[in-house]
Design a binder for this molecule. Structure first.
Ligand code: FAD
Ligand code: SIN
Length: 515
């Protein structure tokens, strides 16, 4: 059965759910989400939401920290607007029942993280995302004009002959039916693409679908070379990927090598810390470094980081007694679908908010805990701007999909090969040669997958593999173009920042007929 609504939202993380809450005041809302509604990057966010709450803090200071982390590529006007709206969106979350830690009744507890010159991170223990998701899902479920469709995977956007987005083709993953979800306004809120790299803090849903769909539909995409690598994922081969929050470093834990020596200021921005860890590992031959929290009071550590404490204990590490082995991993996509100050893309009727978007807020490297903030602010802005002006029209019939079936093992193999290639060639330290190779390999893999896709019956895994390959091409291609090092992009053949030539976003202009 097809879906029709005034607003179609693709994705149920912080951006999608907050947009739903706002848009429901103006019309009917359909949210399609490819797994269970709570499964998203948002759900796993630990540290919190950066916002100017404390009286001794200021918008100017948060803006300066954001711009410094962004390494010359943030849009100042956007940064000022987003930061200024931070306290208000936090209040809106409180109003729908989100429970954050307090130091006394009504006074929020604020943590400090890397790159921040103030303690300004609002949090719910070390499980902020889970609490934000709980509150938002509950609020959205209570609205009569919002319908949530779990296990509905958007496959491609529907763009009519006038170039207006009319919704999306969606695969009902449980019964295998391809349907049309039609709406005059579509919001892409599909999150990031961590899964394109072998090592990532992101869950499996983060396969870059939104960027890939938007690119195929003709949207402009920018800054895809700027992958943020988080310095401290738990080193636990064979275990699930698990982040050890930067808030632990804000709390006083320090990074040390296997001789217990500090090698970097643990609160520097993530790009610098990740590179310092890589060079430590290369020097010593070790496969990890340590994050040492044993210097802190054990009871306080357990009280403030219950989730991390329990998870590490399960992996055999008592963080109050032993340093935690950690490694860097792909964490956040700083680039994405280009949007204006309202979250609007270059395709009429199509908005994007959250990690999928390149709004100008994050620049070349995101400041810690600025992502939930961006998702909230842009969801609200987009909902305030989007007008249900065009009648719903029918989209073209799906073009892809033959009858064949690809073996699951083959899909898994191709996925693994792509992720390994991206990690090895487009990882924390890149070079001209590795990027040339990656560009060619990503192109070759994407072509093969496209041929497979065209001949096969629609399959959720294949759809996502196709998107991963598209995103890999965009990342490798953008990284190859940028002949300097900045933020999350480090090329050892061009190790310096080059403002004269590169103080600008890398823009890939969308032409639907070309891809
Ligand atoms: P997501 O929360 O990722 O949601 C995307 C949604 O889209 C999901 O529901 C997904 O299933 C759905 N989806 C994707 N593709 C499709 C498709 N084709 N069809 C249908 N549905 C689709 N940021 C902070 O600011 N503070 C933190 O403390 C913090 N900690 C983090 C910890 C971890 C472990 C991770 C991984 C990230 C963390 N981040 C943090 C980053 C932050 O969580 C994300 O950037 C942010 O939550 C993204 O929100 P979003 O709504 O844009 O996307
Ligand atoms: C963390 O808690 O370290 C993650 C915070 C973020 O990604 O902003």
């Amino acid at each position: 059965m097809n879906i029709e609504a005034d607003y179609l939202i693709i994705g149920s993380g912080v951006a999608g759910l907050f947009f739903a809450l706002k848009a429901a005041r103006h019309g009917s809302v359909a949210i399609v989400t490819k797994r269970e509604r709570r499964e998203s990057n948002t759900q796993y966010a630990q540290g919190g939401i950066a916002a100017v709450i404390d009286a001794s803090d200021s918008v100017a200071s948060h803006v300066e920290d954001t711009l410094a982390a962004g390494d010359g590529l943030c849009d100042r006007a956007i940064a000022e607007a987003v930061v200024a709206e931070g306290p208000e969106v936090v209040r809106e979350l409180l109003a729908i029942g989100a429970q954050f830690n307090e130091v006394s009744p009504g006074v929020l507890s604020l943590m400090r993280e890397g790159g921040h010159s103030h303690a300004r991170v609002v949090h719910a223990d070390d499980m902020t995302g889970r609490e934000v998701t709980r509150a938002l899902v509950r609020a959205v479920e209570a609205l009569p004009n919002v319908t949530l469709y779990d296990h509905h995977l958007a496959v491609d956007l529907i763009v009519d002959v006038e170039g207006r987005c009319r919704g999306a083709r969606v695969l009902d993953v449980q019964d295998g039916q391809l349907i049309e979800a039609l709406a005059p306004v579509t919001l892409l809120a599909t999150g990031g693409c961590g899964q394109v790299f072998l090592h990532t803090t992101n869950p499996r849903v983060a396969s870059g679908d939104g960027v890939a769909m938007a690119w195929r539909a003709g949207a402009n995409v920018g800054n895809m070379e700027f992958t943020q690598f988080h310095p401290t994922m738990l080193y636990d081969p064979g275990g699930p990927s698990f982040l050890v929050s930067e808030a632990l470093r804000g709390f006083g834990a320090v990074l040390v090598n296997d001789r217990a020596g500090a090698f970097i200021d643990s609160l520097k921005t993530r790009d610098k810390v990740s590179r310092a860890i890589v060079s430590q590992m290369q020097e010593s031959g070790a496969e990890w470094v340590y994050l040492d929290a044993t210097i802190k009071d054990a009871d306080e550590t357990r009280r403030r980081f219950p989730n991390i404490y329990q998870h590490c204990l399960g992996a055999g590490v008592d963080m109050t007694k032993q340093p935690i082995p950690v490694v860097p991993a792909a964490h956040y996509m700083c680039g994405g679908v280009c949007t204006d100050e309202h979250g609007q893309t270059n395709i009429a009727g199509l908005y994007a908010a959250g990690e999928v978007a390149m709004s100008g807020f994050q620049g070349a490297n995101r400041l810690a805990s600025n992502s939930l903030l961006e998702g909230l602010v842009f969801a609200r802005r987009a909902a305030g701007h989007a007008r249900i002006e065009a009648p719903v029209g029918k989209g073209a019939k799906p073009t892809a999909g033959g009858k064949g079936v690809v073996e699951a093992a083959e899909l898994a193999e191709r996925r693994q090969a792509l992720r390994e290639m991206m990690w090895n060639e487009v990882g924390i330290v890149r070079s001209d040669q590795s990027l040339q190779l990656a560009s060619a390999e990503a192109g070759r893999m994407a072509k093969e997958i496209e041929i497979l896709y065209d001949g096969m019956a629609l399959d959720a895994e294949l759809v996502q593999l196709r998107n991963l390959a598209t995103v890999a091409e965009l990342i490798a291609g953008s990284a190859r173009m940028r002949l300097e090092s900045r933020g999350g992009h480090y090329n050892s053949d061009h190790p310096e920042r080059d403002d004269a030539n590169w103080q600008r976003p890398t823009l890939l202009v969308g032409h639907p007929e070309a891809h």
